[in-house]
Design a binder for this molecule. Structure first.
Ligand SMILES: Nc1ncnc2c1ncn2[C@@H]1O[C@H](COP(=O)(O)OP(=O)(O)OP(=O)(O)O)[C@@H](O)[C@H]1O
Ligand SMILES: [Mg+2]
Length: 320
């Protein structure tokens, strides 16, 4: 299951991504945690020290290598250079499984807090003004487009604040999107904006309240968000102690917050998996992308990369 955490800057996306990923791992499930924010904080939230986090290999710095692996011998994708972030898999492409040995995982994942962490990498001076098809954040969309996850396997993605995810099809790649909202008008405003952008794209979106202190906060969120509010996490001493440098076992997380994580897991497991829609959306966004800039940027008709008879499904990937 693919899960995203989105929301206003500072609402707690990274904090809840890390808590939820650790919670899943503690159940014994395989978990990939992906830091899709170019301000990289997920590693530290999961328990790396600053030096270890700075040394994480950056997916975004090795796009050509990743594309070369994913395109496999798909005859519609002539080269890594012709592959853009939305290029969908087709027959001959290499699909990724959550649990398998492959060169992408072995090169980029690092174990931390019981999960396997992958990072987009930070924004560097040299990225300024670089054309979209070289863009680092495209790495996550490419991986998700090629990833066939099964039930009981989880991919948790800590997203950038704001509307960047709408620059391509990234926002449609998830079985469930958690919008983290503090009990403030601004945070709720970001939810409305996200919901409105996502409307019409089959995006399953639920609000997770965060830093809630008392019944007034809860009532505010309930009134503002209505039935889209799944659950709330309280303001947490445990989270504060992580910020102060101590990552302790999740067993010492406040009971109410653990219950909230359990509720979130139930919601993820109950989310329907629809590979036909997943595939169709990848194709739609790729065609859109090709026509709006990618054909011009690459100098080829990238709509021809679409394999019309291909549907993503677990059966498409060779057994590991
Ligand atoms: N439930 C909570 N209780 C106490 N503090 C919290 C809680 N959730 C988040 N925080 C604190 O709020 C701050 C912002 O959280 P976090 O970095 O997770 O937000 P973010 O949405 O990822 O921010 P950004 O948009 O910068 O990526 C951090 O200092 C974090 O420790
Ligand atoms: Mg963050």
């Amino acid at each position: 299951m693919k899960v995203a955490f989105v929301g206003k800057g500072g609402s707690g996306k990274t904090t809840l991504s890390s808590l939820f990923a650790r919670y899943l791992a503690a159940t014994g499930a395989p978990v990939l945690a992906i830091d899709a924010d170019i301000n990289q904080h997920l590693g530290v939230a999961l328990g790396l020290d600053e030096d270890e986090a700075a040394a994480l290999p950056a997916l975004g710095g090795h796009l050509a290598e990743i594309k070369d692996y994913l395109r496999g011998d798909n005859p519609r994708i002539a080269s890594a250079a012709a592959m853009v972030k939305t290029t969908p898999p087709g027959r001959g492409s290499r699909l990724l499984r959550v649990v398998e040995d492959n060169p992408v995982w072995s090169r980029f994942e690092r174990p931390v807090g019981g999960v396997r962490l992958l990072a987009t990498g930070p924004f560097a001076e040299g990225d300024l003004g670089v054309a979209c098809y070289h863009s680092k954040v495209g790495a996550v969309e490419l991986l998700l487009n090629h990833l066939v996850d099964g039930p009981g396997e989880y991919v948790v993605v800590d997203m950038t604040a704001g509307a960047d995810a709408f620059a391509s099809g990234l926002f449609t790649r998830f079985d469930l999107t958690f919008l983290v909202a503090e009990p403030t008008r601004k945070s709720v405003g970001v939810w409305r904006q996200y919901r409105d952008h996502a409307a019409g794209f089959d995006v399953a979106l639920r609000v997770v309240g965060n830093k809630v202190e008392g019944p007034d906060d809860l009532a505010f969120l309930r009134a503002a968000v209505g039935d889209d509010l799944l659950v709330c996490l309280e303001h947490s001493r445990y989270v504060r102690s992580i910020e102060q440098g101590t990552v302790r076992s999740l067993a010492s997380l406040e009971q109410a917050n653990r219950t909230a994580l359990a509720r979130m897991l139930e919601a993820v497991d109950a989310a329907p998996k629809d590979w036909a829609t997943f595939t169709r959306q990848a194709v739609d966004f790729h065609v859109r992308n090709a026509l709006s800039w990618a054909n011009r940027a690459v100098g080829a008709d990238l709509t021809a990369q679409v394999d019309p008879d291909f549907v993503m499904a677990p059966a498409q990937a060779p057994a590991s």
